[in-house]
Design a protein around this ligand. Sequence first.
Ligand code: HEC
Length: 108
Amino acid sequence: MKKQLLWIALGSFGMLAAGGGAQAAGDPEKGARKNSMCEGCHGIPGYRTAFPKVYTVPKLGGQHPTYILSALQGYKSGARKHPSMNGVAATLSQQDMEDLAAFYAAQK
Ligand code: HEC
């Protein structure tokens, strides 16, 4: 169910991007410097956090940048709900999110 919602979000993002002409692409090098607060959870393969409940943290490396960006925007706006990610995304600017998306998309 969550995946379907995300695809709808991705679709509308795609339309916005097409309507708005060229979008400022993120800078992966800047993203690498903003990554310090993410890697504690996302950098460890198979990592599971214990708070507020046990859950598996998704791997971000190699994901499509549009997917990462729209996921972060969803957490920031509250359209996607997860306590850790809502807290993290609230601190990110649009530029931060684009840079982080570019950084993670470039990971293999
Ligand atoms: C406290 C641990 C934690 C931190 C710190 C954290 N994340 Fe997450 N992140 C998660 C968890 C858990 C999920 C899965 C949440 C869900 O199921 O919706 C997630 C989901 C995501 C997703 C969606 C992935 C997908 O496949 O749907 C993205 C993108 C993301 N995080 C990016 C980031 C970025 C960028 C940072 C740093 C700015 C960050 N996260 C910091 C735990 C964390």
